[in-house]
Design a protein around this ligand. Structure first.
Ligand code: C5J
Length: 225
């Protein structure tokens, strides 16, 4: 899937040709348990400020996308309350005392319908914005995201959210293999680990943009307004 001509966005490794009508904003896993003080992420000892710095740039990008009437989609990582879609390997990985499905600070951890599983209020989806509930790290695995994008004529994705090296990277790689061009605004993606933030972005744009493009959200905003 290759788009012809668009609005050139200054990006690495070279300009991204943005075609607004064919480009969806895909916001990955901006969930309370990952981002909020007192959530599961912080309970595990992570510094949530590393993720929270992405909220304001995401809020601005989301507002611009909505004002321009363009496509917005959100994802949430999580599982059915009966955990039938939770691979046993994922449940026991990490040998943590507290696992997916156990009681956490904001309800059962990574279980759909629980407070901690939901999206932070600052970026809460509107009723016309599809929310993709995904059991894995990638947003295409075991979801209807690809079908929704195809039905809407989407060929490009601006991918934001958390975390850079896990769910954002996995989703960008899955999208790339399905023929989508992905642009990742670096200020709108976050990792608990600064070195993974850097490397996660480098891996996307390396080798001539092997998985996609990286830029600042400030470079995208003028193309949308
Ligand atoms: C995401 C994770 N969303 N790190 N999940 O990146 O487990």
């Amino acid at each position: 899937m290759h788009t012809s001509q668009g609005i050139p966005i200054d990006a690495e490794p070279y300009a991204f040709e943005l075609v607004p009508s064919e480009c969806a904003l895909l916001i990955i896993d901006m969930q309370r348990d990952f981002l909020e003080p007192g959530g599961f992420g912080e309970m595990l000892g992570n510094d949530v400020s590393q993720l929270r710095r992405t909220i304001e740039p995401n809020r601005k990008l989301l507002a611009a996308w909505r004002k321009a009437g363009l496509q917005v989609m959100h994802t949430r990582e999580g599982h059915r309350p009966d955990l039938t879609d939770l691979p046993p390997a994922k449940k026991i990985r990490g040998r943590s005392k507290t696992c997916i499905g156990d009681a956490g600070p904001m309800g059962r951890i990574l279980v759909r319908g629980e407070a901690g599983h939901d999206i932070i209020p600052e970026l809460y989806p509107l009723s016309n914005e599809p929310v993709i509930d995904k059991p894995g790290k990638g947003a295409f695995y075991a979801t209807d995201l690809h079908a929704i994008l195809q039905h809407r004529g989407i060929k490009q994705l601006v991918v934001t959210g958390v975390t850079t090296e896990v769910c954002v990277n996995t989703t960008v790689r899955e999208a790339n293999d399905r023929g989508y061009d992905c642009l990742v605004p670096e200020d709108c993606v976050g990792s608990y680990f600064p070195e993974f933030q850097q490397m996660g972005l480098k891996m996307i744009k390396a080798q001539g943009g092997i998985f996609g493009w990286v830029c600042s959200s400030a470079n995208i905003l003028p193309a949308i307004f």
